[in-house]
Design a binder for this molecule. Structure first.
Ligand SMILES: [Zn+2]
Length: 51
């Protein structure tokens, strides 16, 4: 159950990378960007840190 564990970063703003499911556009944002401004598709949060 790896979900919801504490993140030990002290940065005030933590941005995540989102990928549009339709056109594959990548957007970095602190919160979910909503719908893609390019094609209107939905974004999916990509797991960035693979350590
Ligand atoms: Zn798109």
């Amino acid at each position: 159950m790896p979900t919801g564990h504490d993140i030990e970063h002290d940065t005030a703003k933590i941005s995540s990378e989102y990928e549009c499911l339709q056109c594959g556009r990548l957007v970095e944002a602190e919160t979910h960007p909503g719908e893609c401004s390019n094609c209107g598709g939905n974004f999916q949060n990509r797991a960035k840190s693979l350590e």
